[in-house]
Design a protein around this ligand. Structure first.
Ligand code: HEC
Ligand code: HEC
Ligand code: HEC
Ligand code: HEC
Length: 436
C-alpha cells in the first residue's frame, strides 16, 4: 500500500496499536503492513517528490542510534519529563526555541538528535552550553529525550525567521557599483583611454587588494583614493567579481614599442607574470591585453619608487625607457584570459546540492540526517560557520561549507529558515503492560 496510511485498517488488524499520525505530508509512502505492526516505527513524510529520494530502509540491526525509532509511548512520556526538567529553559516549551543561538528541536530527526547528544557527551562539538547539560545524563535518558523532541510538531515558519531578504546578486550589485568606473576604465573594464588600466582579466583578489591599497593610501593615487573613499569592502568584492566575470579583450588603445623585442625581454618576467602575461597567482597581476601606456607608467612608478613594491622595484630599476616601451607593447598584444572564478550560486542553486542529503526543502527523510526547514536563522548561520572553521566537525559538512562564502551562508541559511517544516510521522505502540 503506497500513498497513504490507513489508520483504521491498522487498528483492525492489531487492536493494541495506537496510532499518532503527526504532520502527514501531502503524500508519503509507508513500509508494508506487517513490519509496521511488528516494530514501533517512525516513518517519514514529505518525500512525495517524483522519485527524487529513495526512502531510507530502516532495519532493526542498523545501529544503536536507530533505537530511537523504536521508542514506545512510555519512552516518550519519560523523555518529556527529562526534557521539562532540564531542557525547556533553553530550547523552549514544545522544543520551539525563543533564544538566540539555541536550535529548535521539535520534530527534528530522532536518530540525529540522539547522535548529537552523544557527540556533546563525548565533547566533540566544541565548547558550548550543551556539554554540561548532557554530562550527568544516562544513555537511556538521551535516547528518551531525543525520541520526545522528535515526536513534537515541527516549528512553523514565521515571517521573522528568514525574513532577512536574500542579498542581491553580487555580480549585479558589482555592475551597478562599477557604473561610475566605466568613464575611465571602459565598458566592462576594457580600457579605451591610454593611461587608464583595463580591469578585465584580473583576479578579483588582486583587484580588491589594489582598491584597498588606494583607499588606505598605501598605493598613492589621489584620484583613485577619492573614487573609492565611500566604497565599502563588500562593494569592492562585488565590483571585483563583476569585472572578473566579464569576457576579457585587449585594451582598445595604441602601443608604440617593439613587441618582438619586448617578448624577448619578457623572459625575465615570465616566472611570475606567465609566459604570455597570464598569471596563475592572484597576488601577481596578469599583464596580457593591458593598456600599454598604463603598463609603461606602472613600470616607471616602480622604478621611481612612487608605487612601492620591493620585487617590482628591483626588476624595473634596470629597465631603460626603450625596454619599458617594448615590454609594454609585448604584453598589450597578448591575449587576456578570464581569471579562475565562477559565477556564484544562488541560494536556490546551493539548496539543490544540500537537499541531496537534507531532503526536499530541508525536510530530511533519513532519521540520521538533520532537517533544516524552519530552523532558526541565527542557529543555521552559526553552525555553518562552525563547520567552516572546523569548530564543529563533520567530513560531509566540512567539504560542503568550505566552498561557501559568508554571503552564501547568509543566503542559504535564510532559504532554509523560510521553508515549511514537515515532521516525522509517528506510529507509536503503547508499552506492553508489565514492562518498564
Ligand atoms: C543552557 C541552555 C541549554 C540547555 C539547558 C539545553 N540546551 Fe541543548 N543546546 C543549547 C545550545 C546553545 C545549542 C547549540 C550548541 C551548538 O551550536 O552546538 C544546543 C543544541 C542542542 C542539540 C543539537 C541540535 C542540532 O540541531 O544539532 C540537541 C540535540 C540538544 N541541544 C538537546 C538538548 C537536550 C536534550 C537538553 C536537555 C537534556 C538540552 N539540549 C538542554 C542550549 C541548551
Ligand atoms: C577619473 C578616472 C578614473 C575613474 C572614474 C576610476 N578610475 Fe580606477 N584608475 C584610474 C587610473 C588613472 C588608475 C591608475 C592609477 C595608478 O597609476 O596607480 C586606476 C587604477 C585602478 C585600479 C588598479 C588597476 C591595476 O591594474 O592595478 C583599480 C582596481 C581601479 N582603478 C578601480 C576603479 C574602480 C572600481 C572605479 C570605480 C569605482 C574606478 N577605478 C574609477 C582612473 C580612474
Ligand atoms: C618575482 C615575481 C615577479 C617578477 C619576476 C616580475 N613581476 Fe611584475 N609584479 C609582481 C607582483 C607581485 C606585482 C604586484 C605588485 C603590486 O601590488 O604593486 C607586479 C606588478 C607588475 C605590474 C603592475 C601591473 C598592474 O596591473 O598594475 C607590471 C606592469 C609588472 N609587474 C611588470 C613586470 C615586468 C615587465 C617584469 C619583468 C621585467 C616583471 N613584472 C617581473 C611580481 C613580479
Ligand atoms: C553529503 C551529504 C550532505 C550534504 C550535501 C550537505 N550536508 Fe549538511 N549535514 C550532513 C550531515 C551528515 C550532517 C550532520 C553532521 C554532524 O553531525 O555535525 C549535516 C549537518 C548540517 C547542519 C547542522 C544542522 C543542525 O541542526 O545542527 C546544517 C545547518 C547543514 N548540514 C547545512 C547544510 C547546507 C546548507 C548544505 C548545502 C550547502 C549541506 N548541509 C549539504 C550532510 C550533508
Amino acid at each position: 500500500m503506497q500513498g497513504s496510511i490507513d489508520a483504521t485498517s491498522l487498528n483492525r488488524r492489531e487492536a493494541r496499536v495506537r496510532i499518532f499520525v503527526r504532520h502527514m505530508g501531502a503524500c508519503f509512502r509507508c513500509p508494508s503492513l506487517p513490519t509496521l505492526v511488528a516494530i514501533v516505527g517512525v516513518f517519514f513524510a514529505g518525500t512525495c517528490f517524483e522519485g527524487a529520494f529513495a526512502q531510507p530502509r530502516i532495519n532493526s540491526d542498523d545501529g544503536p542510534e536507530l533505537r530511537t525509532l523504536y521508542a514506545n509511548s512510555q519512552d516518550i512520556e519519560e523523555g518529556k519529563r527529562i526534557v521539562e526538567s532540564s531542557c525547556t529553559g533553553c530550547h523552549g516549551a514544545n522544543g520551539i526555541s525563543e533564544s538566540p543561538g539555541v536550535p529548535h528541536l521539535a520534530g527534528q530527526r530522532p536518530a540525529y538528535l540522539y547522535l548529537e547528544l552523544r557527540a556533546y557527551q563525548a565533547g566533540v562539538r566544541g565548547e558550548n552550553a550543551m556539554n554540561n547539560v548532557v554530562r550527568p545524563l544516562s544513555d537511556d535518558a538521551l535516547f528518551k529525550a531525543a525520541a520526545y523532541f522528535a515526536s513534537l510538531d515541527p516549528p512553523q515558519t514565521n515571517a521573522a525567521n528568514g525574513a532577512k531578504a536574500a542579498a542581491p546578486d553580487p555580480v549585479q550589485a558589482g555592475k551597478t557599483a562599477a557604473a561610475g568606473c566605466a568613464g575611465c576604465h571602459g565598458d566592462g573594464g576594457i580600457s579605451k583611454t591610454p593611461g587608464m588600466p583595463s580591469l578585465v582579466g584580473l583576479d578579483p583578489k588582486y583587484l580588491v587588494a589594489a582598491m584597498k591599497a588606494y583607499k588606505s593610501g598605501q598605493r598613492k593615487n589621489d584620484m583613485m583614493k577619492s573614487m573609492l573613499a565611500s566604497v565599502t569592502d563588500a562593494s569592492m568584492n562585488n565590483i571585483a567579481l563583476y569585472y572578473a566575470l566579464q569576457k576579457p579583450e585587449r585594451a582598445q588603445t595604441p602601443a608604440a614599442g617593439d613587441r618582438v623585442a619586448g617578448g624577448t625581454a619578457g623572459a625575465a618576467c615570465a616566472g611570475c607574470h606567465g609566459t604570455d602575461g597570464v598569471s596563475g597567482n592572484p597576488a601577481t597581476p596578469s599583464l596580457a591585453g593591458q593598456d600599454a601606456a598604463y603598463l609603461g607608467s606602472a613600470l616607471q612608478a616602480y622604478k621611481q619608487g612612487t608605487r612601492s613594491d620591493e620585487t617590482m622595484k628591483g626588476l624595473a630599476a634596470s629597465l631603460d625607457d626603450g625596454a619599458v616601451r617594448n615590454l609594454a607593447a609585448f604584453y598589450a598584444s597578448q591575449e587576456p584570459k578570464p581569471p579562475n572564478v565562477r559565477q556564484p550560486l544562488t541560494a536556490e542553486e546551493w539548496a539543490q546540492r544540500c537537499d541531496r542529503c537534507h531532503g526536499v526543502n530541508g525536510n530530511s527523510s533519513d532519521p540520521r540526517l538533520p532537517a533544516l526547514a524552519a530552523q532558526r536563522l541565527d542557529y543555521l548561520e552559526k553552525v555553518l560557520q562552525d563547520y567552516r572553521t572546523g569548530a564543529r566537525k563533520s567530513p560531509q559538512m566540512a567539504a560542503m561549507s568550505n566552498v561557501l562564502t559568508d554571503q552564501d551562508i547568509t543566503n542559504v541559511a535564510a532559504h532554509y529558515a523560510r521553508q515549511k517544516a514537515r515532521g516525522v510521522v509517528f506510529v507509536v505502540l503503547p508499552s506492553k503492560p508489565g514492562t518498564k
